[in-house]
Design a protein around this ligand. Structure first.
Ligand code: ZN
Length: 319
């Protein structure tokens, strides 16, 4: 009986490990459904709702066995909120980045970091300067950027399952207040808790949930590290993806805050759409099968740089 039980529990644990290793459409959907729920009111910075979303991310890091890096998983900062020209100013709010840490195994290379990031905030009820619609309604932000946030959690979980293969360390950062002007990433890049020279690559995911029929995953910044363009092109076909890789074109989201500090970056997305910055950016329009592939693609890129002595150095780009 005892032997039987032991065998059973071994199989059970093996099963769990297998489950942790895989990025599944169900898990991605679960995260995006939670993040875009009406009760989270469009994930506007500040207050109780922001706190709840931040705790959700923190809890998921913990569940995956991902450690904190600074004193806490949460990195607080103050965010001035944008208003339309002529509207009366809003009071600045306290908000947070959420940071997880996976330590590398090489005695020297573990002091070098790959940062994987995605902003979790969105536009709240809209009405601000970035809203593309006049409707005051919950801006769910399923693609922008519950998709990147869910990818961060799932890639983090998979990296954790492969942590013994990592030579370099990985920081997972869910940024706050991106929609207010890249504020979370700016704050992190000014207060990284590690010398900036030790951050070798920053990969940002902003809107990765709407892979098109041509399977095009777009990115800028691939020329900012040696062999980046070739690497990111080569990783596509085995996954059935057609990467559209730009050496420069560093713009638009949180990776800019790192590029400005002379750090190699990749800004990855699956393209724009009519629902961008409107209340109609909802979970039913997410291509989960496609998103899963994009996650696998990014995971493979991190393993390429993180689990080998890949030669990293910053190469500035003209545009
Ligand atoms: Zn946005």
């Amino acid at each position: 009986m005892r032997l039987y039980f032991t065998l059973f529990s071994c199989c059970f644990h093996f099963g769990l490990l297998q489950a942790q290793d895989d990025i599944t459409t169900d898990e991605l959907k679960g995260h995006i459904t939670y993040l875009t729920a009406d009760k989270n009111s469009g994930r506007y910075p500040g207050g109780k709702i922001n706190k709840r979303v931040v705790n959700y991310i923190k809890k998921d890091f913990k569940k995956s066995g991902i450690s904190s890096f600074l004193k806490s998983y949460k990195q607080p900062f103050t965010a001035p909120l944008r208003v339309k020209k002529g509207d009366k100013p809003k009071e600045a709010v306290k908000t947070w980045n959420v940071i997880g840490y996976i330590e590398g195994n090489d005695p020297i290379l573990k002091n070098e970091f790959v940062v994987l990031g995605a902003h979790y905030d969105h536009l709240g009820m809209g009405g601000g300067p970035s809203s593309k619609s006049d409707k005051i309604d919950i801006h769910h932000g399923a693609d922008d950027n519950a998709s990147g946030t869910s990818a961060l959690l799932e890639i983090g979980e998979k990296l954790m399952a492969h942590r013994t293969e990592l030579k370099r360390s990985v920081l997972l950062v869910a940024f706050g207040a991106e929609e207010q002007g890249l504020l979370g990433s700016k704050y992190f890049a000014d207060n990284p808790g590690v010398p900036l020279s030790q951050i070798k690559l920053m990969i940002n995911m902003d809107m990765v949930g709407r892979l098109n029929d041509a399977k095009q995953v777009y990115m800028g910044g691939a020329g900012t590290f040696p062999g980046g363009v070739e690497l990111m092109k080569d990783l596509g076909p085995p996954l059935g993806l057609s990467p559209v890789v730009h050496a420069g074109s560093v713009g638009g989201s949180d990776h800019v805050s790192f590029y400005k500090k002379n750090i190699s970056v990749l800004g990855i997305h699956t393209g724009g759409h009519p629902q961008y910055h409107t209340p109609e950016d909802t979970v039913d329009l997410i291509n989960f099968e496609g998103q899963k592939r994009v996650c696998q693609y990014i995971f493979n890129a991190i393993m390429k740089v993180g689990s080998t002595p890949y030669d990293m150095k910053f190469i500035p780009q003209g545009d």
